[in-house]
Design a protein around this ligand. Structure first.
Ligand SMILES: C[C@@](CO)(OP(=O)(O)O)[C@H](O)COP(=O)(O)OP(=O)(O)OC[C@H]1O[C@@H](n2ccc(N)nc2=O)[C@H](O)[C@@H]1O
Ligand SMILES: Nc1ncnc2c1ncn2[C@@H]1O[C@H](COP(=O)(O)OP(=O)(O)O)[C@@H](O)[C@H]1O
Length: 311
């Protein structure tokens, strides 16, 4: 039972004020990318979790792992105790990179395990369990392009007419999501960092399918905070545009930078040039939107791809 699950970037991320529950209200346009993880679940006498691939050494393999938390949440939902399953995660999504890799693994585990256990749960019921695991987990179930509100867990699909081509620049080290939100609160207490406007123009650009129009509108309130904690990102963002991308943005809480390109060929060129510019650890090309967590058949299951280009 193997499920492939996409990463995400935020084409638009507007962050409201800090709420009493420690979260911020968001308005965000999520966009699912082909850069993905794969999760396999199987019945096993020895329950546990194995991780390989991109950044695997930085991922906890115990009860804190989001995929394992998904096992426990689904088991609790249907009243099972002591789930005897083994979860194998092959990572392609950078860890703590602002691309929701842990959330993706949790979503994939919910889909795979509900099938393994022959539970008749629809995506909407899984999404309710998903939201208890993290703000980004429901989106990984649905994929595509979607407007997220609340903590990011309330989703409405957004029409997107075009396949967009992206270059992703991975940094040497991840950034913790709570610390980036905390840095934004600090910047706002001490000044007035720019805020992205309404999401409406982004939704219109997606419907038109013109990457040049979309490029002008990418915006992320967390970018100033991510750059404040990781000043080198400013150079990375500049280098991507100098290499020929239409525009660049920090993905979610960073530090991965996402560059929108005019077409697939340009994306390959930008990825190679950026990798050689010494401003990131490595680069990948990806396209979006792609569907959310979905089963892959035996022949289609692939090992985590090797890096395409190295800095
Ligand atoms: C910033 C975003 C943008 O899509 O993505 P990433 O950069 O992490 O991928 C998300 O909002 C992250 O979602 P996720 O990573 O699931 O966060 P959660 O586990 O729910 O929350 C982790 C912590 O982030 C902060 N948090 C998260 C979401 C939110 N709306 N407001 C917050 O302040 C809180 O400090 C919370 O304790
Ligand atoms: N299956 C998992 N994959 C990646 N990270 C995980 C996983 N489970 C727990 N984590 C923890 O979640 C943190 C956030 O990881 P991730 O979801 O990759 O990034 P982000 O929140 O920036 O999108 C990591 O630092 C890691 O310790």
């Amino acid at each position: 039972m193997t499920v492939r699950v996409p990463s995400k970037i935020n084409l638009h991320l507007s962050v409201g004020d800090l709420r009493e529950d420690g979260f911020h209200d968001l308005t965000t346009v999520f966009h699912a990318l082909s850069l993905s993880d794969e999760v396999t679940v199987a019945v096993a006498e020895e329950p546990g979790l194995e991780i390989s691939g991109e950044g695997a050494e930085d991922v906890p393999t115990g009860p804190d792992n989001l995929a394992w938390r998904a096992v426990e949440a689904l088991a609790a939902h249907v009243g099972r105790t002591d789930p005897k399953v083994r979860v194998v995660v092959r990572k392609g999504i950078p860890v703590a990179g602002g691309m929701a890799g842990g959330s993706a693994d949790a979503a994939a585990t919910l889909v795979a395990l509900s099938s393994l256990w022959k539970l008749d749960l629809g995506r909407d019921e899984l999404a309710e369990i998903a939201a208890t695991l993290g703000s980004d987990v429901p989106f990984a179930l649905y994929g595509g392009t979607a407007l997220g509100t609340g903590r990011g867990e309330q989703l409405v699909p957004v029409l997107s007419r075009h396949t967009f081509h992206w270059v992703l620049a991975f940094d040497h080290e991840g950034l913790s999501t709570p610390s980036v939100f905390g840095e934004l609160d600090r910047l706002r207490e001490n000044g007035n960092p720019p805020r992205v406007g309404s999401h409406a123009p982004v939704v219109e650009a997606l419907a038109s399918g013109d990457p040049r129009q979309l490029a002008l509108l990418l915006g992320n309130d967390l970018q100033a905070a991510a750059v404040s904690l990781r000043p080198g990102l400013r150079r990375t963002l500049r280098a991507g545009v100098n290499a020929g991308a239409l525009a660049g943005t920090v993905s979610g809480s960073g530090p991965t930078c996402a560059f929108l390109c005019a077409d697939a060929e340009t994306a390959l060129e930008v990825a190679a040039e950026l990798a050689g510019a010494g401003v990131c650890r490595t680069t990948r090309v990806a396209h979006g939107p792609v569907p959310g967590a979905r089963f892959v058949t035996g022949d289609d299951v692939r090992p985590t791809p090797p890096p395409q280009v190295h800095a």
